[in-house]
Design a protein around this ligand. Structure first.
Ligand SMILES: NC(=O)c1ccc[n+]([C@@H]2O[C@H](COP(=O)([O-])OP(=O)(O)OC[C@H]3O[C@@H](n4cnc5c(N)ncnc54)[C@H](OP(=O)(O)O)[C@@H]3O)[C@@H](O)[C@H]2O)c1
Length: 267
């Protein structure tokens, strides 16, 4: 899949959520080297780190935008205070996310709600706010962080996997709904990347599984693929490495994943 039209980034306004660290910071760092206006989504002002480090910057403007995706009020406040600027967002990278995992009965209820809101409800809310401006201009791109876990359903990840399966469904529905409007989507089926989130998941699940068997790739490599996929207006980025086998396994009869997870997870 993928359209034939490339996306020129020059002069675009781009918002990347969850850009204080990890994959989001890596994406923002690459975009800071493009001639765009870059809004760096952070949960609080103190979490802002200038993307790109010491590298040469081509962005005409780079500034933080405070957004707590787990809070409906925070999204509405940002919208009310900066609707003109947010209404001009051409590329929305919905990257922010939280992990909630381990056995379901042990997950803190606050963490369960926060993960569902940040990963899914907040992502849908923000997208709904940005979309009318894109539709009016007849162009735009919505990039959503899904996950291999939204396809390959491992025990110990029920809440997180459900949010990511939701992101995949949301993105696929939108892709069809937006056909011929000029606004396109990009679903990121992200595999294992060495970030705070994966390390946190490793700690939580180490009682049941061996995190050293997982995939620990460089987030900078994935960020490069993401920026290329935005420029070439792709609608899906498939995982490479070990995760491509998980992707295939997810398409096979359920018995195959049952056998794999039985070996990889000890309740
Ligand atoms: N790493 C992987 O292996 C992997 C695999 C599949 C999918 N993903 C997805 O990729 C995305 C980025 O993850 P990462 O691995 O880079 O994780 P990370 O290093 O833990 O970074 C998560 C980012 O999301 C932000 N965030 C979390 N909750 C938020 C909230 N309520 N409101 C606003 N921002 C919030 C964090 O901000 P603070 O600094 O303020 O906490 C941080 O910037 C996530 O959606 C994740 O689910 C990651």
């Amino acid at each position: 899949m993928g359209s034939t039209r490339d996306m020129e980034l020059e002069g675009r306004t781009v918002l990347v959520t969850g850009a204080s660290r990890g994959i989001g910071l890596a994406i923002a760092s690459l975009l800071a080297q493009e001639p765009v206006r870059l809004l760096v989504g952070v949960r609080s002002r103190e979490r802002y780190e200038e993307p790109g480090g010491g590298k040469e910057r081509r962005a005409v403007e780079v500034r933080p935008l405070v957004l707590d995706l787990s809070s409906r009020e925070s999204i509405e406040r940002a919208w009310a205070e900066q609707s003109e600027e947010l209404g001009r967002v051409d590329v929305l990278v919905n990257n922010a996310g939280e992990f909630a995992g381990g056995r379901l009965e042990r997950i803190e209820l606050d963490q369960l709600y926060a993960a569902v809101q940040a990963n899914l409800t907040g992502l849908m809310h923000l997208t709904q706010r940005m979309l009318p401006g894109m539709l009016e201009r007849g162009e735009g791109k919505i990039v959503n962080q899904a996950s291999i876990m939204g396809y390959a359903h491992f025990p110990g990840t029920s809440v997180y996997a459900a949010t990511k399966a939701g992101v995949s469904a949301f993105t696929e529905c939108l892709r069809r709904e937006l056909e011929s409007t000029g606004v396109t989507t990009l679903e990121l089926i992200t595999g294992g990347y060495d970030t705070d989130m994966l390390r946190e998941a490793g700690e939580i699940l180490s009682e049941h599984a061996d995190p050293s068997d997982w995939e620990w790739q460089d987030p900078g490599d994935w960020a490069e693929k993401i920026v290329d996929a935005i420029k070439s207006d792709k609608d899906r980025l498939e995982p490479g490495g070990k995760s491509q086998f998980a992707r295939l396994g997810a398409k096979a009869p359920t018995g195959l994943m049952d056998a794999v997870t039985k070996r990889a997870f000890d309740r």
